[in-house]
Design a protein around this ligand. Structure first.
Ligand code: TYM
Length: 345
């Protein structure tokens, strides 16, 4: 069962020796957007003092679809800078690039051998991403959830803070871990739980609020990117789909305004009732202006810090090197245990 969290829920444990471990990651595939921020990154920042944190830039996942090498190289650095600019503290979190810890790829092969095809056939994200091309896409896309499971299991993770779209992948991770433990009669892997917020876990596209906001949507107006400037944000929010009712209320039958209100709620931390009262009798124009102000106020300081970090690549490289050095022994210990129980070596 995923742990459902609201913005204020804290089961704080300040004793470092008994802190629970958190692991999560984002693909470096360009255009980190508001959905990634509200569904994942911001939540990692908010709870980083409660947990023993490991956050990864999952570049091996990014090559499951064709990618330009130069772009990938830059996207890895940009994502690292954004992790820190959004507030992750390298003193409190291990921040590293997945391909820098080779145990992920090795564990993934082993785990592929233990993953029934039927389980992967059920993965909805594969079906969405492969679309019509199931015969021509790389097998990496098909095995993607196994690599993700290994990311999590290598670190004996307790909680995986993610957006709603990753639910099925975490369920698969739990199933794989439970099956492996049962097969060998040992607690080789900790069974992780998804940590999914009640607000902001599924930010929808601005142009079509029946689809989720996504990095790969061909329409750039469908998303707010973390590096969009104030004018761009204003324009995109002004264009965002609403309806003809002109009622600023949360209403599942009106997904456009409800999506914008949910973004407002996630940014301000206010209750639905307070927000509806604030905009009672006011039109969509006034609400959209207020939402734009909150977005700009949230993103401007992140962007400033991002540009400072990108100006000094040596600092970034140092943080990523240190993160990989800290992460590797944990991953190596789990992989060694896996190899021993299955008789490798
Ligand atoms: P990725 O890179 O697609 O997304 C990164 C995080 O952002 C969340 N997210 C959203 N949340 C709310 N609304 C949206 N519209 C939205 N779009 C994306 C995602 O849920 C995710 O938390 N498979 C993962 C990466 C991964 C991973 C892992 C995550 C690889 N290994 C291990 C956790 C643990 C992915 O594709 O995320």
């Amino acid at each position: 069962m995923p742990v459902e969290m609201n913005a204020k829920s804290t089961t704080a444990n300040t004793n470092p020796s008994v802190k629970k471990r958190v692991f999560s990651g984002i693909q470096p595939s360009g255009n980190l957007h508001l959905g990634n921020y509200l569904g994942a990154l911001r939540n990692w920042v908010q709870t980083q003092s409660e947990y023993d944190n490991i956050f990864c830039i999952v570049d091996l996942h990014a090559i499951t679809l064709p990618v330009d090498p130069k772009e990938l190289h830059n996207d890895i650095r940009q994502l690292a800078a954004l992790y820190i600019a959004c507030g992750l503290d390298p003193q409190r979190c291990k921040l590293f690039v997945q391909s820098h810890v080779h145990e992920h790829a090795e564990a993934s092969w082993v785990m592929c051998c233990f993953t029934p095809m039927g389980w992967l056939n059920r993965m909805t994200q594969f079906k969405t991403k492969a679309g019509e091309n199931t015969e021509s896409v790389g097998t990496g896309l098909y095995c993607y959830p196994v690599l993700m499971a290994c990311d999590i299991l290598l670190y004996q993770t307790h909680y995986v803070p993610v957006g709603d779209d990753q639910r099925q992948h975490i369920e698969l991770t739990r199933d794989l871990a439970q099956r492996f433990n049962a097969l060998y009669g040992q607690q080789v892997f900790t069974i992780p739980e998804a940590q999914i917020r009640t607000v902001g876990a599924r930010v929808m596209a601005l142009d079509d609020p029946t689809n989720k906001m996504s990095k790969t949507d061909p329409n750039p107006n469908s998303r707010i990117n973390m590096l969009d400037d104030a004018q761009t944000i204003k324009r995109k929010i002004a264009r965002a789909a609403t309806d003809s009712m002109r009622l600023v209320t949360f209403d599942a039958t009106r997904p456009g305004i409800t999506n914008l209100l949910t973004i407002y709620q996630a940014l301000t931390g206010q209750s639905q009732e307070t927000i509806e009262e604030e905009f009672a009798g006011k039109g969509y124009g006034e609400f959209k202006a207020a939402l734009t102000d909150h977005l700009v106020a949230t993103l401007a300081p992140i962007q400033k810090r991002y540009h400072e970090l990108m100006d000094d690549q040596r600092v970034l490289e140092g943080i990523l090197k240190q993160g990989a050095e800290q992460a590797r022994p944990i991953a190596a210990a789990t992989l060694q245990h896996v190899k021993e129980v299955i008789g490798l070596g």
